[in-house]
Design a protein around this ligand. Structure first.
Ligand SMILES: NC(=O)c1ccc[n+]([C@@H]2O[C@H](COP(=O)([O-])OP(=O)(O)OC[C@H]3O[C@@H](n4cnc5c(N)ncnc54)[C@H](OP(=O)(O)O)[C@@H]3O)[C@@H](O)[C@H]2O)c1
Length: 247
């Protein structure tokens, strides 16, 4: 039996264990997927050995801090500076970023002529990478002027009108703070806008609710979450069959 899992700090609300357990059962795959909470990433080799992991996902707060413990990175993971999927093979650990695949799958259906990205953390960096990869113009909003093109107080109706796709890569509105929403001039959102909130809990954040009221097309983070999980599985399967290709 192959062993996989998710490594993070607080995983009680994780989607991944159920997703992979159902997938393995439905498809008769001889594998299991565990939630592995650790409080120190420097213990990673011990965890891999004890659990006999063939691959694992990594989440908050270790997507960046795990990198020094890896032997190799895909070009995309290196460009973003964060990993969420690791292959363990022949004693080597290779990091990938399948959040990128999840973001690409989601924005494929939306107007991508000009994007406004909220937040500057790991998820925002993956969104920015996808924009650069597909030659999509974008601007970044941060609470700190030094980190972005705009702060929230800079965002005028005109800026919203110019950016047809707004992507929330902050935790604002995530459970349990479901009443919170990014400070934006919502009246400027129209039915020509799309809003993608990376948050998937709740399924409809305040941001998406307000954007929907204005007639915008909305997407939550569930497709991204499912797509990154499937992409991780494909990477682990490929590693199982052959020497992993690093792309
Ligand atoms: N659907 C998926 O598959 C998926 C995958 C990854 C992440 N996510 C979600 O994406 C969100 C961001 O994740 P992350 O890993 O990038 O988190 P993160 O590294 O903590 O970064 C979030 C960024 O949001 C901004 N921010 C944080 N707290 C804020 C606040 N109270 N008000 C305004 N801005 C705030 C910060 O940027 P500034 O300091 O520059 O303002 C921060 O860098 C989370 O909700 C996470 O659950 C979803």
């Amino acid at each position: 039996m192959r062993h996989y899992g998710l490594i993070g700090a607080h995983l009680s609300h994780s989607f991944s264990k159920n997703f992979f357990t159902v997938k393995f059962a439905n498809e008769g795959i001889d594998a299991d997927y565990s939630l592995i909470e650790i409080d120190d990433i420097s213990t990673i080799d011990k965890v891999i050995a004890e659990r006999e992991l063939s691959g694992f996902n990594v989440t908050i707060p270790y997507k960046e801090s795990i990198i020094p413990y890896l032997d190799e990175l895909s070009a995309e993971a290196e460009a973003v500076g964060a990993v969420n999927c690791i292959v363990v093979k022949n004693g080597r650990k290779i990091g990938y970023n399948t959040d990128i695949t999840g973001i690409e799958a989601t924005i494929e259906w939306l107007d991508r002529s000009n994007v406004l990205i909220l937040g500057t953390g790991g998820a925002s960096k993956a969104v920015q990478y996808v924009c650069r990869k597909h030659d999509i113009p974008y601007s970044v909003v941060s609470r700190d002027k030094a980190r972005g093109d705009y702060t929230y107080t800079d965002i005028t109706a005109e800026i919203i009108t110019r950016h047809k796709l707004i992507i929330n890569a902050t935790p604002i509105g995530m459970a349990p703070n479901v009443e919170d929403a990014p400070a934006l001039p919502y009246n400027a959102i129209t039915d020509n806008h799309s809003v993608f909130d990376l948050i998937y809990n709740p399924a409809k954040s305040q941001l998406l609710s307000r954007a929907e009221e204005r007639g915008a097309t909305t997407m939550n983070g569930m497709l991204m979450l499912q797509t990154q999980a499937i992409a991780s599985w494909h990477i682990w399967q490929r590693a199982d069959k052959e020497q992993p290709l690093v792309n």
